[in-house]
Write a protein that binds this ligand. Structure first.
Ligand SMILES: *[C@@H]1O[C@H](CO)[C@@H](O)[C@H](O)[C@H]1NC(C)=O
Ligand SMILES: *[C@@H]1O[C@H](CO)[C@@H](O)[C@H](O)[C@H]1NC(C)=O
Length: 792
């Protein structure tokens, strides 16, 4: 205070001298040995800093002129000045006798090199650099100065030797900054904003380097801080059930495939029975429970596998009194986009009455979930397609709820189909670890969770990580212990840039999603077992998401193993349809059998030589993206029995919808044209574009019921009105969250297009009637006989 008054006095005497002799000497760069001050002033565009460095003389009044800040994070009115030194005492003025002093009225004082800011008379420390010698020639009295660096005496540490670490009870870690009791130093993150950048492909290699095997077993161990009950002993023990049915599907052999990190010997218990050393057990249709398998390691580790269902319990009879269902090989399947399990279960009575073949669910496996918005939306729908495991704890329900849904729907003669993601797991960086972005901004974000909630599986990717794993002490790598997949089960990291290069299509990381190495036999086995589990749960078939990004040979192998698991006898009513968007690559992907990456005749030939009958091959279909604008892109290269058609589809349910149907179809949420939409959905059944034999062409046809974008905001279309995108569940960065309020999907008194929010096109009387006509069902039934409200 006193010094300030004196300064003002002197300043007034000298005010007519413009003593500014700044010259063109450049400021030192912010860094060790430098004090950098950012000063926010509104009182004058011209600002001076008057200071004493290292306790030396003060600058000549009014001090040194400050420069406008060049730091984008500290924009104008911030000004900056960097001064070499260890300590700085300073005040600001405008060169005209107006002073900015410290809150208490005195000088500002900093005692260490670093980055500081001053705003509204408050000095804040942004970053501290260590006090290096020679500015600290005695090294805080605990060391000697050697070429600008302190060499500390025993027991002292940090770059300026200012701290003591008792050598009898503690150790100083290699970073020179940490003193810990005991003998284990904490794992050190990368310095600055750096992140790991390994695991990338070099040249045409698509596999991970074999050394990445050492990066497996990343799950926190029991008792460590990141562990959760649902992580079990995944740090040491993982596994799954491999089931092969007899050809009549009335008995099965179950083999537990478990792996222990250290090769401990294992014992097995089936449904709580006594422990046995055999990992294999026979079951017959007299076993009517859901099965629980427990694995015990000789080192005390334990693994409880998710419940397992056998198909003899779940594929209850379906008996249609009339209609051309062909044992499940013909009919209309409704995609109920964003519907929770309980709502679908209730809707199934109506769906059965109306005569639908079935419902296609959205991915029900455990998938990504977060308390932080992604592109302003909490849990956008595309999180469905980022699997965390093949456990059925999905966004819309648990395995138990799913089992219940399937049983109820089948009791109404409605089959259930899965949406199955085999190509990839979550996006790189979408996992449970801490992350940051090294692209200049150094933004940090927390790990994500899964839809599993209390049953969440751990999951790890390499993207945006900067802390070595606690167990491996190596950089993180891809691992999904709940499946289980380890680092070598993935392709090395490669951007998917080319849509014409088979290597890129197969092994590229589609929009950064970690790409599974489907060439590996153990991966193909795991996938076939997953498909077998879905059949055991009662599914009648499955859509295969992103099939175009799985090598055709690999899909042939996976389905051949699946057929083996089915006792060589694929169920009569089974169907699958693969998502292979033809786009501009129809020659490569479909028309040219010998293209080297072909999902047309090449797949048929491959299945045929692996013993698939024509009937079986006809059950394996392609989602026909050329419909409706170019229904026959390369003539009859594959039979229309193997093509699944749809008008509006779920991939268009966001603002950037790109499917151009050339006026031959309508995307309801985008075009908002109810009569046009109804027209094309009716046409899908009565007279689809390009049809020649409506009775036999395209026996499987899909209908989409979805939801409108709330408030007409297309961005909100990425959220689902199921409550999981409701901002009341947001915990991080919630100021960016755009709300998608919860609405009930099941509303028995609503029609196809009357909302609220959800669309229920499968309830539209005209569409139902067109579908029934195609299916050879009575078209003269009343609304109540069809299960839909009067007036719909
Ligand atoms: C720029 O400003 C940010 C935000 O205050 C700070 O963290 C960073 O250290 C500054 N950079 C430099 C080089 O001063
Ligand atoms: C994940 O779940 C844990 C436990 O429920 C919770 O504390 C954490 O905030 C969640 N994090 C995210 C990003 O969802």
């Amino acid at each position: 205070m006193k010094q300030l008054n004196l300064l003002i006095f002197i300043f007034l005497l000298l005010t007519f001298f413009n003593s500014q002799v700044e010259g063109s000497v450049r400021d030192p760069k912010p860094g060790p040995g430098v004090v950098t001050i950012y000063y926010s002033t509104d009182f004058s565009p011209t600002t001076y800093i008057h200071y004493s460095v290292n306790g030396g003389d003060w600058t000549t009044l009014p001090g040194k002129q400050m420069d406008p800040s060049t730091n984008k994070s500290m924009p104008l009115p911030y000004h900056q000045k960097s001064i070499t030194g260890n300590t700085l005492t300073f005040v600001f003025d405008d060169g005209k006798g107006n002073w900015d002093h410290n809150q208490g009225g005195g000088n500002y004082v900093v005692g260490q090199p670093g980055i500081y800011s001053v705003k509204n008379h408050v000095l804040k420390t942004i970053y501290l650099y260590p006090k290096k010698c020679p500015g600290n020639p005695t090294c805080s009295n605990h060391g000697t100065c050697n070429n600008g660096n302190c060499v500390c005496k025993a027991g002292y540490y940090t770059e300026d030797c200012s701290k003591y670490c008792d050598p009898y009870t503690h150790i100083i870690c290699d970073d020179g900054k940490t003193c810990v009791s005991g003998k284990t130093c904490p794992i050190q993150p990368l310095p600055g904003c750096q992140t790991y950048h390994d695991g990338k492909c070099s040249g045409d290699t698509i596999v991970m380097p074999p050394s990445f095997k050492a990066r497996r077993w990343q799950t926190p161990t029991k008792g460590s801080s990141g562990h959760r009950d649902s992580f079990q002993d995944y740090s040491h023990l993982v596994g799954w059930n491999h089931v092969v049915y007899s050809s009549d599907h009335q008995s099965a052999t179950l083999e537990v495939k478990a792996t222990h990190k250290n090769g401990a010997s294992l014992m097995y218990s089936f449904n709580g029975g006594s422990k046995t050393s055999s990992n294999t057990k026979q079951f017959t249709s007299s076993f009517t429970d859901a099965l629980t398998v427990t694995v015990y390691g000789s080192d005390g580790t334990k693994l409880v596998l998710p419940e397992y269902d056998f198909m003899w319990n779940t594929h209850t009879a379906i008996q249609h009194a009339s209609g051309d269902y062909r044992d499940g090989q013909k009919g209309a399947i409704v995609s109920l986009f964003g519907w929770p399990d309980g709502d679908i279960e209730k809707e199934c009575e109506m769906l059965g009455q109306a005569g639908y073949l079935g419902v296609k669910l959205f991915p029900h496996q455990e998938s990504l979930a977060s308390i932080e918005p992604m592109n302003n939306i909490l849990n956008p729908w595309y999180f469905y397609y980022q699997p965390v495991s093949y456990q059925q704890n999905g966004r819309h329900g648990t395995r138990a709820q799913l089992r219940q849904l399937i049983a109820t729907c089948r009791s109404h003669n409605v089959r259930i189909y899965s949406d199955t993601v085999l190509n990839h797991m979550t996006g790189s960086g979408n996992d449970m670890q801490k992350h940051r972005n090294d692209a200049g901004s150094c933004v940090y974000w927390p790990g994500k969770n899964s839809t599993g909630g209390d049953n969440m599986s751990p999951f790890f990717t390499q993207g945006f990580t900067y802390i070595p794993n606690e167990n491996t002490e190596l950089p993180p790598s891809q691992e999904y212990p709940g499946v289980p997949y380890g680092p070598l089960d993935f392709h090395c990291e490669r951007a998917l840039n080319s849509w014409t290069d088979p290597l890129d299509l197969n092994a590229g990381w589609l929009v950064g999603l970690v790409d599974i190495n489907t060439e590996r036999d153990n991966v193909q086995e795991r996938m076939a077992d997953y498909l077998t589990d879905l059949i055991g749960l009662g599914f009648s078939g499955f859509r295969i998401d992103a099939a175009k990004h799985i090598k055709p040979d690999d899909l042939i192998s996976i389905f051949t193993k699946f057929k083996r698991n089915m006792g060589g006898n694929i169920p009569k009513d089974f169907i699958t349809w693969w998502e292979v968007l033809l786009g501009g690559e129809k020659d490569l992907l479909m028309c040219n059998t010998n293209s080297g990456y072909n999902f047309g005749k090449y797949i048929e030939n491959g299945l045929d030589s692996n013993g698939f009958s024509t009937d079986d091959i006809n059950k394996i279909k392609i989602w026909w993206s050329s419909f409706p604008n170019a229904p026959s892109p390369c003539g009859g290269v594959i039979s229309r029995v193997r093509q699944v058609i749809e008008n509006d589809d779920h991939d268009q349910q966001f603002g950037g919808s790109s499917r151009d149907m050339h006026g031959q179809g309508v995307i309801l949420v985008k075009d908002r044209d109810v009569s046009g939409h109804r027209y094309f959905e009716k046409k899908l059944f009565s007279n689809p574009e390009g049809v020649s034999d409506n009775n036999n062409d395209w026996p499987i046809r899909l209908l989409l019921s979805s939801y409108y974008f709330p408030n007409n905001d297309a961005q909100l279309g990425a959220g689902i009105p199921d409550g999981k995108s409701d901002c009341s569940n947001c915990k991080v960065q919630c100021n960016t969250c755009k709300n998608v309020a919860k609405t009930s999907a099941y509303q028995p008194n609503k029609c196809g297009y009357t909302g609220p929010v959800y669309t229920r096109t499968h309830r539209d009387k005209e569409i139902v009637t067109a579908m029934r006509g195609w299916m050879g069902l009575d078209t003269g039934l009343s609304n109540s006989e069809l299960g839909i409200p009067e007036g719909c």
